[in-house]
Design a protein around this ligand. Structure first.
Ligand code: BES
Ligand code: MN
Ligand code: ZN
Length: 455
């Protein structure tokens, strides 16, 4: 599905967005008051013309003091009748680019298995907004959502590879994939160990674009399904685990956005995706196994359900070998991150204050909030089990998101700066612009911060 605006030359009906307490447009006459329009959030008032035809509409935005609660309220206007519309007013406090993007994000629907693509209203790109940029961002976000929403039976490591190949072809990027036994030959043992029990072979997807300039490497967790391995997840926790490739899906969505907004000019970008299924078979890796990583650090597997950090470790070690200026990891890594901050605000970790501040403030502005948490060095002792260099699942689980981040940081040495995002990748109940289901997190924050963090 491709995000689109109404063509600028099409005849359009006026739509007024109204904060509660705002004056109503005189054109609307007495009709809104007579029909009980109170500008409640999402309340729509259709305006008839003298012949009973449709002449325009008002949509309420609710109390402006609560504007922080929902950034993309305009997406509620998808409830308007089919037809072409334009914004007749510029409501206070809403910038044109946010209106444009909010509208497009609300167009998304996942119709691969049931239903039909939405054939609803279209909006002309709001005046002053950059239509091409909004479409580029929404296109990347739709890709992320589609990849996450597609269940593991149709989005295993092979299909994730194919999606990466399709994107690479579209944007003119180079791609190499190392699969199965070749992972061992190429010294990527942890990716192989986690993925070897599944029917679909584990693999490392490696995409590059751009030839000179500062280098950004993005590593995305591509666990296409996470059963927990032999330390199996209980059913309720396993239910959503098709989304455990949310980091990979977000990395590919970000790549799409970067390419389509022209943000790749003058930089080198590499995207690495370890794509595996964490499943159970006679050749599963086991609790207690001690594995030697690409980097040479040994890891005691105290829980096969802490698999994300294992596959990321080898991909990041490989990435760090060429010393990128910035390395970013995106991963649905821990339940602890959800306990700490809930589904909407992913924690991120970064030792460089300027980079962290740029990302956090860009994210808030872009309606893609992320919140900094500390790489708390004293907790490094928690991931050191004694009989190996590292423990993938410290007992007790205290500070679980932090200890996972500290584990990853061991493999980022070599990169000048490193930022890690522990994302959820899922919208548990619908919000304007975010239907229930897969959702990209941190991609728009990174995109918006890019000029300040790479270069
Ligand atoms: N994919 C999960 C983390 C997860 C669970 C993310 C639910 C979002 C929602 C990850 O592989 C995992 O199972 N992590 C364990 C780690 C623990 C065993 C140290 C966790 O968080 O419980
Ligand atoms: Mn797991
Ligand atoms: Zn996982």
């Amino acid at each position: 599905m491709t995000p689109e605006f109404a063509p600028s030359d099409a005849p359009t009906l006026p739509l007024w967005l109204i904060w509660s307490g705002d004056d109503l447009p005189p054109e609307a006459g007495d009709w809104p008051a007579a029909t009980g329009f109170a500008a409640r959030a999402g309340q729509i008032c259709l305006l008839p013309d003298a012949d009973g035809g449709l002449r325009g509409a008002l949509m309420g935005l609710g109390d402006p003091a609560r504007a922080d609660r929902e950034r993309f309220q305009i997406a509620r206007a998808h409830a308007l009748p089919k037809g072409d519309w334009h914004l007749a007013s510029a409501p206070a406090g809403l910038d044109a680019d946010a209106l444009a993007l909010g509208w497009l994000l609300g167009q998304y629907g996942f119709t691969r298995y049931a239903g039909t693509p939405k054939d609803g209203p279209r909006l002309r790109c709001p005046e002053g907004a950059d239509a091409e940029r909004a479409i580029a961002i929404a296109t990347g976000e739709f890709l992320t959502r589609d990849l996450i929403n597609t269940p593991a039976c149709d989005m295993g490591p092979a299909q994730l590879e194919q999606a990466a190949r399709d994107l690479a072809t579209r944007i003119g990027a180079r791609i190499e994939v190392t699969t199965g036994q070749a992972l061992l030959d190429g010294n990527l043992p942890l990716i192989h160990a986690v993925g070897r029990a599944a029917e679909a072979a584990p693999r490392l997807i490696d995409i590059r674009i751009g030839d000179d300039g500062p280098m950004l490497t993005v590593v995305g967790k591509g666990v296409c399904f996470d059963t927990g391995g032999l330390n199996l997840k209980p059913g309720a926790s396993m239910g959503l685990m098709k989304k455990d490739m949310g980091g990979a899906a977000t990395a590919l969505g970000l790549l799409s956005m970067l390419a389509d907004t022209g943000a790749l000019r003058g930089i080198r970008l590499r995207v690495l995706i370890p794509a595996v299924e964490n499943n159970v078979a006679g050749n599963s890796f086991r609790p207690g196994d001690i594995l030697t990583s690409r980097k040479g650090l040994t890891v005691e597997v105290n829980n096969t359900d802490a698999e994300g950090r294992l596959v990321l470790a080898d991909a990041m070690a490989l990435a760090a070998e060429e010393g990128p200026d910035l390395m970013i990891s995106l991963a649905t890594l821990t339940g602890a991150a959800r306990v700490a901050l809930g589904p909407d605000v992913p924690p991120f970790y970064c030792d460089d204050d300027a980079t962290a501040q740029a990302i956090q403030s860009a994210g808030i502005k872009a309606g893609d909030p992320v919140w900094r948490m500390p790489f708390w060095a004293p907790y490094d002792s928690m991931i050191e089990p004694g009989i190996a260099d590292l423990d993938n699942a410290p007992s007790g689980g205290m500070a679980g998101s932090i200890t996972a981040a500290l584990f990853l940081r061991r493999f980022a040495q070599g990169a000048t700066r490193y930022a890690h995002f522990d994302i959820y990748g899922w919208q548990p109940s619908a919000m304007p612009g975010r239907p229930k289901g897969g959702v990209g997190q941190a991609s728009r924050a990174i995109l918006a911060a890019l000029p300040r963090i790479v270069g």
